[in-house]
Design a protein. Structure first.
Length: 462
């Protein structure tokens, strides 16, 4: 972690730019070096051909011997100074001039003994020499040149120094200019950080961009404002949730207070028993509401991660059905299971068990006596299907989206409830990446709650 803390966007820009400059320099150096020194078609061999032609012209002209020697030395000196501060030594450049019949016209004292004959097509390296042969253009002579490879290596070294020294001198200046330039270029980012840190921690108002002309900052501001908008929505929902929870708890708590007051003033045993039963019902309702509030709170806290454990969805559904049999029998409600005998899945088994409890509790609570409730579990091609269907009063289509929200109950409903059951179901389905649909129930009557869980939840795909 300490190494990460030392990372700097500024240094990254600086070194990236400097590396790019060095890479371009290396490419240019390699290209120039290759163009100058390549055998046959490089600048050095081209200038050697020019020197050979000039020597051929000098020896074919009617010039006195002393003047000719002076001109040849001058030509060799001009050639050498074009590539090196030190011209080639007499031992480093030799020449041999012959006429068309190969009669020797002139030869330098340092002309080497060659192992191979000289070819006229291109220069070549032989031992410590680079050899080439050129026919004079306007004279019947042939010039043979031999340049020591020590001179070629000196030329190569001076080319390297020619490129390297300016670069070494320029690097500090380049770094200083980049430092100043990037420091100024990153000032809007520092201003953005200052704008964010100076805001009120409770404020969720959109952030105003201090430098809107910089298009690179717009995605940052848009992302921050989107986050603030989501935070404002979350806070609004949280405040509404607490307000609704306080309102829902106030009613059973007020009823408990009134019943305790009446119980204290009851005169007969029969009256006290009746008030005690009402008190127990109010306490149970309060306990149920608090339990569902805690469940929703826990599910919201776990929104980033869901436990993944193997469980049998079909077996879980049958066990949930068996838990609600006593309650259903008291109302003469028929419970049935239809579907797979086993459907291995992966997910939060406890959350899925709570989902089934809420669905069955809602169905039994709102269905009339003698109704039917079916639980279906099927394995589809792309998803696992869980459905709870009844033939009770159902929910009108225009209310089906609304009842999935917290603390929402139908306006004409006379059955007591918390208004949280379907909200819990929806949250569990969301955490498992599934989908929830409210449809018609059995035989087109009542309500059907159909849940589809992704195939990735099924154990064989895990």
């Amino acid at each position: 972690m300490p190494s990460l803390a030392r990372r700097s966007l500024y240094r990254r820009l600086l070194w990236t730019s400097l590396s790019t400059i060095l890479a371009v320099w290396l490419v240019l150096f390699a290209w120039f070096y290759w163009e100058v020194t390549r055998v046959g078609s490089g600048y050095l061999d081209g200038d050697l051909r020019g020197l050979a032609r000039s020597l051929g012209t000098v020896y074919s002209a009617d010039i006195k011997t002393g003047e000719r020697v002076r001109i040849v030395d001058q030509l060799i000196g001009q050639f050498g100074h074009g590539y090196s501060e030190k011209p080639p030594l007499r031992s480093e450049l030799a020449y041999r001039i012959v006429d068309k019949r190969q009669h020797l016209l002139a030869v330098s004292n340092t002309w080497p003994e060659l192992e191979l004959p000289i070819r006229a097509d291109a220069p070549a390296n032989q031992g410590r020499w680079r050899i080439l042969m050129v026919d004079a253009v306007d004279a019947p002579v042939q010039v043979q040149l031999a340049v020591a490879r020590s001179f070629v290596q000196r030329v190569q070294a001076e080319i390297l120094v020619f490129f390297l020294m300016p670069l070494i001198a320029a690097v500090p200046i380049i770094m200083l200019l980049l430092r100043v330039g990037y420091g100024r270029a990153l000032q809007p980012l520092a201003l953005l950080a200052s704008t964010i840190t100076s805001r009120d921690v409770q404020s969720t108002a959109p952030l105003a961009c201090p430098d809107p002309e910089y298009q690179e900052l717009r995605p940052v501001f848009n992302s921050v404002n989107e986050l603030l908008s989501r935070l404002a929505t979350f806070r609004e929902g949280e405040q509404r949730f607490f307000a609704d929870a306080a309102h829902e708890l106030r009613t059973p708590l007020a009823a408990i207070g009134a019943q305790v007051h009446l119980l204290a003033r009851a005169e007969s045993e029969q009256e006290r028993a009746a008030l005690a039963a009402l008190l127990d019902a109010s306490i149970a309702r309060s306990g149920e509401l608090v339990g569902k509030l805690l469940t929703l709170s826990r599910l919201d806290a776990e929104s980033a991660q869901v436990r993944s454990e193997p469980f049998d969805l079909a077996a879980l559904a049958r066990v949930a059905l068996s838990r609600h049999v006593p309650h259903a029998l008291a109302r003469n409600i028929n419970l049935a299971y239809d579907g797979e005998q086993a459907l291995p899945c992966r997910g939060d088994a406890s959350a899925m068990d709570g989902l089934l409890d809420n669905l069955l509790d809602n169905a039994i609570r709102y269905c009339p006596d003698g109704a039917s409730i079916n639980v279906e579990v099927n394995a589809g091609f792309a998803s696992a299907r869980l459905a709870v269907l009844d033939d009770g009063p159902g929910i009108a289509p225009q209310w089906r989206e609304q009842v999935l929200k917290r603390f929402v109950r139908l306006p004409d409903n006379t059955v007591t409830g918390s208004g949280l059951g379907l909200a819990i179901v929806k949250r569990v389905v969301e955490l498992h990446g599934g989908s929830l649909l409210l449809t018609d129930g059995l035989n087109g009557n009542g309500l059907g709650v159909e849940i589809r869980l992704p195939r990735s939840m099924m154990a064989e795909e895990a």
